[in-house]
Design a protein around this ligand. Structure first.
Ligand code: PLP
Length: 338
């Protein structure tokens, strides 16, 4: 199988498995797991924030951020196809009790004017705007990198209105690799950030939520309330540390492979690549092949290629370190004959 469904399918490397085996551990709810403490310290340094918290998943990190920043009855502003709105099972309403104000973006980026216009003023009829969420890279926009200038403009507006900004940076290091910027250039424009260790970085489990000390202290309590206070969790933080410290630089290989895949797919008649490929995601429209995305994905599966539907006519391919350049070439040969 060549698995393009997601970069979440990556298997831990041998180094990660060894790190898990050898990890020094303690009870992390008592703050006594040295491996988790080290991971949180290094993650905070890399992300340019005072403190960090190891959480079970990207979804949990985002939800803890919303819970910590907001109160029930608040409104949060976010892009209409953002992961927090689109793919987290309605958790912001189920847990944080906030309502969502969605804004249609361009390649995942919301217009600063629209964001400012959506911020609520003082009026007893209105909810209070509790949080603005950004997503970088933007998944449903096909792994698009949110431009730094756009982040800065929104962050300036948020500061002026005294509203915090959370960045869902599940794939932030893909944005870093694609732009060759330092990650801090991105994180300077948000108060809190969530990054996934388990996507392109390849760790088996886990995400990081980072922010100032006071925020992380409150976030730790929300993690506990959600049942995310784990014990000898250095066993899974250790591979996360390997992921964070050794796997960032190779993400550009995934981007090169995505370019190769996109240009190959674009040359197959009936297939249209619909996104500008900034990072490791390629989205195609298959309607001119006279089939819908479900049928296309089933046909691929018969030929031992896995991809994901992304809408009724759209199919998403994600490159990652368990897909080689050879795999891409073979996949393209197969898809040509479908
Ligand atoms: C995958 C993803 C998440 C959630 O991460 P999980 O670990 O799967 O919960 C959040 N945001 C974005 C943009 C993602 O792509």
């Amino acid at each position: 199988m060549i698995d393009f469904r997601s970069d979440t399918v990556t298997k831990p490397t041998e180094e990660m498995r060894k790190a898990a085996y050898l990890a020094m551990v303690g009870d992390d709810v008592y703050g006594e797991d040295p491996t988790v403490n080290q991971l949180e310290k290094i993650a905070a340094e890399i992300l340019g924030k005072e403190a960090a918290l190891f959480v079970t998943s990207g979804t949990q990190g985002n939800q803890i951020a919303v819970l910590t920043h907001c109160r029930p009855g608040n409104e949060i502003i976010l892009e209409e196809e953002s992961h927090i709105f689109y793919y987290e099972s309605g958790a912001v309403s189920a847990f944080a009790g906030v309502q969502t104000r969605t804004i249609k973006g361009f390649r995942g980026a919301m217009s600063p004017d629209l964001v400012e216009g959506a911020i609520r003023g003082e009026d007893q009829h209105y909810p209070e705007t509790g949080l603005i969420c950004l997503e970088n890279t933007h998944n449903r926009a096909g792994g698009a990198v949110l431009p730094l200038e756009n982040m800065k403009q929104i962050y300036d507006i948020a500061e002026r209105h005294n509203i915090p900004v959370h960045m869902d940076g599940a794939r932030l290091f893909n944005a870093v690799a694609a732009t060759k910027r330092d990650v801090k250039e991105f994180t300077q424009y948000c108060d809190t950030v969530q990054i996934c260790l388990s996507k392109g970085l390849g760790a088996p489990v886990g995400s990081i939520l980072a922010g100032n000390k006071e925020f992380i202290q409150k976030a730790r309590k929300w993690r506990k309330r959600l049942g995310g206070g784990l014990r000898q969790v250095g066993m899974i933080a250790a591979p996360g540390l390997v992921a964070l410290t050794t796997m960032r630089d190779r993400l550009s290989e995934d981007h090169e492979n995505a370019q190769l895949l996109a240009s190959g797919l674009a040359s197959i008649s009936g297939i249209k690549v619909v996104n500008e490929v900034d990072t490791n995601i390629v989205v195609i429209d298959v309607s001119e092949l006279n089939m819908n995305s479900t049928t296309f994905v089933e046909k691929l599966k018969e030929k031992e290629i896995l991809a994901g539907t992304f809408g009724s006519n759209l199919v998403r391919f994600v490159t990652h370190f368990n897909v080689s350049t050879e795999n891409i070439k073979r996949a393209l040969q197969i898809i040509t004959t479908l």
